[in-house]
Design a protein around this ligand. Structure first.
Ligand code: LRH
Length: 467
């Protein structure tokens, strides 16, 4: 009898409940329930709809029973940095604001009045991204100081869902590192930093590592769903789960976790908190077994997702790839990491404006816009590989692209061409697979991470693009 494991894998544009199991030495995966996600405007703030999403999780768990695939455990992974503040009765303080909201504008300067950007990097090893929790908390402190006073607990998004499911308040380590409040040397909260910034230490919870059991469902929930299960925390940061599922055990490659964002980097035993790494804006996020993800955030397919949406969601991603290929000679390029693409009112217009303002030909058709984005992304990957080779002092012969974006064949071709490296694309479901892998490792279905990655390699098709 197979043992089933459930992953709630939530990205910025959709969420899924997936069930995984092993059969004849291979990992199997089935999507049980899919639902929409996205930030919506509330009181002029861009917010997540956590109440609705929680009901979607419950629906997914009920469907597992209907399908006869009752999981023994469940873990949630989501994007990084976002959080809720809870009062002493467990109620959410204020709106559930998301990281693309403009509340963080200028908050970097407020933080740097207290600690310089370089010192902050030396302590945490985390890149400067204006949406990091550290800047979001400064925004709350300025805008709603009463919430900071009333806050009894800070939970990151996956922690919050785990809490709703089983009642336990903890902070999972991999997600917590994206806050920029964890010391990269001690792997623990940097309480001194919190004191400097005036963030109440007591609201930060015990840090737990992936593979920790939080116990069973709340009894009333188990009753509603019709069965009970254990909550086992995965790498709750989606990128942490995706990198755990990279199907390779050597170290001769760079990975790209490709979804809404493109996270490009290498796994390292120690963080690189050097000034050079800081200047190049590489981060060192915490991973499974305290391995570090030394990577760069690149704007990624968010740009294509936004443009697609602005064209009325009329075309599929594969069609957009085809249109881009037809317009492949269009010459303009944008800097895929420019902040103007983080949260523009209109992405299509932002791309056109960038081209116009930099004296380049302005793209008019969807194909032209898509080709500008795809080619610019591939060129950004090529620059990033060079920087990685510089900071790590070695070369890499291939690139593993995992996550939904690994299905973008045209982008994979462009990436192989721009970087001069072989591209190995897949698995597309890396985040869900990584989430389930952490649960399976805890259940001793695999003897080691290496054994799990071998199985992942054998279980899911990988497509190779020659340079
Ligand atoms: C990708 C991701 C990325 C973070 C961003 C906020 O989904 O988790 O690693 O930096 O979202």
């Amino acid at each position: 009898m197979s043992k089933y494991y459930a992953a709630v894998d939530m990205g910025a544009s959709s969420g899924r409940l997936m069930v995984g199991w092993t059969e004849n030495g291979k990992m199997q995966l089935e999507e049980i329930h899919r639902f929409e996600n996205g930030m919506v405007k509330k009181d002029d703030e861009l917010c997540w709809e956590f109440d609705r999403i929680f009901r979607e999780i419950v629906t997914g768990l009920k469907k597992c029973k209907e399908l006869g695939k009752i999981p023994v455990s469940l873990g949630v992974d989501t994007w990084g940095v976002d959080f809720v503040l809870l009062d002493k009765d467990g109620g959410v303080l204020g709106n559930t604001v998301g990281y693309r909201d403009h509340r963080t504008d200028g908050m970097d300067e407020e933080v740097y009045k207290i600690i310089s950007q370089n010192d902050l990097y030396a302590r945490t090893g985390i890149q400067k991204a204006i949406y990091n929790t550290i800047y979001q908390l400064m925004a709350v402190k300025k805008k709603y100081p009463q919430y900071m006073e009333q806050a009894d607990s800070l939970l990151f998004v996956p922690d919050y869902f785990h809490y709703l499911l089983c009642g336990k308040k903890v902070n999972e380590y991999t997600e917590a590192t994206t806050s920029q409040l964890i010391n990269a040397q001690t792997n623990d909260w940097d309480y001194e930093l919190m004191d400097m910034l005036g963030y109440k230490k007591a609201m930060f919870n015990e840090l737990v590592m992936p593979g920790t059991s939080l116990g069973n469902l709340r009894p009333e929930l188990a009753e509603e769903i019709g069965y009970d299960l254990e909550i086992v925390v995965p790498c709750t940061h989606d990128t942490g789960s995706a990198v755990l599922a990279v199907p390779a055990n050597d170290d001769d490659f760079v990975y790209i976790s490709s979804g809404t964002w493109s996270l490009m980097g290498v796994e390292m035993a120690r963080p690189d908190c050097s000034q050079q790494s800081c200047d190049l804006n590489f981060t060192n996020e915490g991973g499974y077994n305290h391995r570090f993800r030394h990577l760069k955030n690149i704007m990624g397919l968010w740009m294509i997702q936004s443009v697609r949406h602005e064209y009325g969601d009329k075309y599929g991603f594969a069609e957009i790839c085809e249109m881009a290929e037809e317009a492949k000679d269009f010459p303009s390029r944008v800097d895929a990491n420019d902040n103007c693409f983080l949260s523009p009112d209109n992405m299509t217009q932002a791309v056109k404006d960038y081209c116009k303002n930099s004296g380049q030909q302005v793209p008019e058709t969807l194909g032209e816009i898509a080709t500008v984005i795809y080619t610019s992304l591939a060129e950004c990957y090529a620059r990033t590989v060079k920087e990685l080779e510089e900071t790590t002092g070695r070369t890499y012969s291939r690139i593993h692209v995992v996550g939904g974006g690994s299905n973008a064949g045209y982008l994979n071709e462009l990436t192989a061409k721009a970087t001069g490296k072989e591209v190995h694309a897949g698995p597309g479901e890396a985040t869900a697979i990584g989430n389930i892998t952490a649960q399976m490792l805890k259940a001793k279905e695999f003897a080691s991470v290496e054994a799990a990655r071998d199985v992942i390699h054998e279980s899911f098709g990988i497509k190779i693009y020659q340079a």
